[in-house]
Ligand binder design. Structure first.
Ligand code: ATP
Length: 241
């Protein structure tokens, strides 16, 4: 099987505290800069995984276990402190609603902006524009500035642009939750369609029934460590246990 995503020994630490009082800084300097002024949090510990082309994988785990951080590394919006992440083909998806959207521009302009960011040419966007708006069901609001959109409308447009980029690797974080039920159903059907077409999917969700339907493999994270990687039923059962 061709590898679509290869994550090799990645580590990620976040700085939890950037600012200290002047007094603390002076004491730190006087003591010869001993110790660390800022506290570090190790969010991903030596994570390695390989995802084959056409696999549908769920990243599972409790709050704060590192799922979104890992997904952001796969998408390329975060870089690891060390280790490598490699992906094959066009990567698109929904990680943070509205990322890449400009608040003062209309929905229409944002379709062009976001489409270009996700790698579509102007010609391709023009061709797919009507289909993007139709899928999003934004209708007459397409020429309204997106700062006036509800969070669900944002999601609709962002999801629609992302699926119309014809991605080889599609990443989805929990955010489908802001969509209403009919739209969620439509998104899930679209995600299943992508999976049936052989696209690679990586989904982060707490909805274990949903991921059991969409994915065939589950990767469990616990405090930044991969603790299980295998069939989705087993992953879900392990998490529920
Ligand atoms: N930019 C950041 N700066 C500091 N800490 C961060 C940053 N991003 C994430 N973290 C921390 O890393 C840990 C993992 O966060 P992450 O969002 O990946 O968890 P998650 O598994 O997706 O959680 P949830 O299920 O709650 O969405 C958390 O403790 C979080 O506070």
């Amino acid at each position: 099987m061709t590898t679509a995503i290869e994550v090799k020994n990645i580590n990620k630490q976040f700085v939890l505290r950037h600012t200290r009082s002047i007094k603390e800084a002076i004491v730190w300097l006087a003591k010869g800069r001993k110790g660390d002024l800022s506290e570090k949090f190790h969010a991903l510990h030596d994570v390695s995984l390989e995802i084959g082309q056409g696999e549908a994988v769920a990243l599972l785990g409790f709050n704060g276990s590192g799922k979104s951080t890992l997904l952001k590394h796969i998408s390329g919006v975060m870089v690891p402190d060390n280790g490598t992440v490699r992906t094959r083909g066009r990567v698109a998806g929904l990680i943070e609603v509205g990322a890449g959207f400009h608040h003062d521009l209309s929905g229409r302009d944002n379709v062009y902006l976001n489409g270009a960011i996700l790698g579509m040419t102007e010609e391709q966007i023009k061709e797919r524009f009507d289909s993007i708006v139709e899928f999003a069901e934004i209708g007459k609001f397409i020429d309204t500035e997106v700062k006036f959109y509800s969070s669900g409308m944002y999601l609709r447009l962002a999801f629609s642009v992302a699926v119309h980029t014809d991605p080889e690797v599609f990443l989805v974080d929990e955010i489908l939750a802001v969509g209403d039920e009919p739209f969620q159903r439509k998104c899930i059907a679209k995600i299943q369609e992508l999976a049936a077409e052989g696209k690679t999917l990586v989904v982060v969700s707490h909805d274990l029934d949903l991921v059991s339907r969409i994915c065939d493999r589950g990767i469990l994270l616990d405090r930044g460590n991969v603790t299980f990687d295998g069939p989705i039923e087993q992953a879900v059962a392990t998490l529920r246990a």
